[in-house]
Design a binder for this molecule. Sequence first.
Ligand SMILES: NC(=O)c1ccc[n+]([C@@H]2O[C@H](COP(=O)([O-])OP(=O)(O)OC[C@H]3O[C@@H](n4cnc5c(N)ncnc54)[C@H](O)[C@@H]3O)[C@@H](O)[C@H]2O)c1
Length: 261
Amino acid sequence: MDRLKGKSAIITGAAEGIGHAIAAAMAREGAHVFLSDIADESGEHFAAKLRAAGHAADYVHCDVSKEADIVNLIATAVGKTGHLDVMVNNAAIAIGGMPVHEMTDEQWHRLIAVNLTSVFRGCKYALPHMIAQKSGSIINMASAQGHIGLDGWTAYAGAKGAVMAMTRQMAVEFGPLNIRFNSISPGTINTPMNDKLIKEIGGNLAKAWVKMHPLGRIGEPSEVAEAAVYLASDAAGFTTGTDLRVDGGLTAAPRYVPDLL
Ligand SMILES: NC(=O)c1ccc[n+]([C@@H]2O[C@H](COP(=O)([O-])OP(=O)(O)OC[C@H]3O[C@@H](n4cnc5c(N)ncnc54)[C@H](O)[C@@H]3O)[C@@H](O)[C@H]2O)c1
């Protein structure tokens, strides 16, 4: 415990799913966590629960597709603690399940705004504070789908591949200033995002997901959170420019099972 003691950490998309688990784990490890989301009621409730458990936690509304919201989120965290040590650009949406020629321009632009431009801005506005303090860890949420192909998810995969490429670039550029950049690529994780997809797509999607992972199950948000805590901590002080796959072996041995879908 106390692996993040004294650190100030922002997590976007923290009301549900992976972001929720990351925020809880970082709070338990002693960070002052700033949770942000568009789901204000559950975000506020979660922050209050963390505070009741004795942790330092604040909730800030932030729609990551809005530049002013990201600016405000980072200013709030720095205003309250005087520093920003960890920025987790986690929030994203799943628009897919259709061939690329059936995707509208509107869907494309929405996905890019929430899943990619948000990461650019999260890094852009966190950086001046980290440059000034000559330290920081930025963790960008990528996906196994940035590594392998699945039909119907071109735009999502494109955004996640770009997140990884940008993370590497910034790791090189800001390494000399002791600012680390890493991404995490989860496999299929048990979150509301996937519950929704199972409802929408139906069939044997849930069974297919299990089969695709050599470990024979999908992952839990807490398993991704452990990776984020590590990357945020001083134990990862020599780790930058990497993509950490938390994917049950999915990308090591793709087992695509379309007949089950
Ligand atoms: N669940 C998976 O299997 C999986 C796999 C690989 C990568 N990922 C990635 O992990 C991250 C988290 O995914 P998840 O499964 O926990 O998703 P989720 O949908 O379960 O939770 C996402 C959270 O982000 C919030 N959110 C949505 N739009 C937002 C916006 N515009 N601004 C701010 N917050 C917003 C939601 O309210 C929700 O609280 C995403 O980047 C996702 O692409 C997930």
